[in-house]
Design a protein around this ligand. Structure first.
Ligand code: GRF
Length: 202
C-alpha cells in the first residue's frame, strides 16, 4: 500500500476537514493531509486548520466577468500552489466550486479509471444534488435521507458513488435535528471512504 498524500478543499466551517485531519493524525503511517485549500478568505476552516498545524493556501476566486477564463485562472493558481506538496489525492469538504475537466484530469488514475478526487454530499445522490442537500431533502418530506461519498467528475455532485449511508427522518424532526443526524454520519462515512482508499480497497 503506497502512502497517500491528500489535499483538502473547503470553503466554510470545516467540520469535515477537521474530522479528516484528526483521522490522518490517527493513521499517520497510511496517509497525510498536506494542505488545506480554500477559495474563501474568511472561511472559519482556515483558523482551525492552522491551529492544527496544517498549511493553508487561500486562493480567492477573482471574477472579471469571463466565467471560463476566471475558472481557468483560479484552477491554475490552485495547481501551482499544490505543486509543492506532491499531492496524490484531493478530498472536497464543503468546497463550493465545480472543478473543470482540465483540473480533474490532473488527478486521473488510469488503474482506477477515476479521478483521485472525493466529495461528501449530504443526501442520497442522485437525489438532492446542489448547495442545500439537507434543506432540499427535508423540505421534500422524505422519510429517510443520507450521505454520499463519491468520486468527482465535472458535474454538480456527480461522479461514481463510492459509499452511501441512510438515516431516518423522525416525524418530530426539526431541520436542525435532521442535519445533526446527518452530520454524525458524515463524520463516519468520510473516514470509512478514506480508509478504503488508503488500503487500496476501492
Ligand atoms: C457538509 O454538509 C458536506 O456534506 C457538504 O458541505 C457541508 C460542509 O460542512 N458537502 P463543513 O464545512 O465540513 O462543516
Amino acid at each position: 500500500m503506497a502512502f497517500k498524500r491528500f489535499a483538502i478543499f473547503a470553503s466554510g466551517l470545516g467540520s469535515n476537514a477537521l474530522n479528516l485531519i484528526s483521522y490522518a493524525r490517527e493513521n499517520a503511517d497510511k496517509f497525510s493531509i498536506e494542505v488545506l485549500v480554500t477559495d474563501k478568505e474568511n472561511a472559519p476552516v482556515i483558523a482551525s486548520a492552522k491551529q492544527l498545524g496544517i498549511p493553508v493556501e487561500v486562493i480567492p476566486f477573482i471574477s472579471t466577468g469571463s466565467a471560463k477564463a476566471d475558472k481557468k485562472n483560479h484552477e491554475e493558481k490552485i495547481l501551482s500552489a499544490l505543486s509543492k506538496y506532491n499531492i496524490s489525492w484531493v478530498a472536497l469538504a464543503g468546497y463550493m466550486r465545480i472543478l473543470s475537466p482540465q483540473f480533474l484530469d490532473k488527478f486521473y488514475d488510469q488503474n482506477l479509471q477515476k479521478n483521485r478526487v472525493l466529495n461528501i454530499h449530504p443526501s442520497l445522490l442522485p437525489d438532492f444534488p446542489g448547495k442545500d442537500g439537507y434543506g432540499d431533502a427535508y423540505s421534500a418530506g422524505v422519510p429517510f435521507s443520507g450521505v454520499t461519498v463519491h468520486f468527482v467528475d465535472s458535474g454538480i455532485d456527480a461522479g461514481p458513488i463510492f459509499l452511501q449511508r441512510s438515516f431516518e427522518r423522525n416525524s418530530s424532526d426539526s431541520l436542525e435535528d435532521f442535519i445533526s443526524r446527518g452530520k454524525k454520519i458524515e463524520r463516519e462515512i468520510y473516514r470509512e471512504a478514506i480508509k478504503l482508499v488508503t488500503e487500496d480497497q476501492i
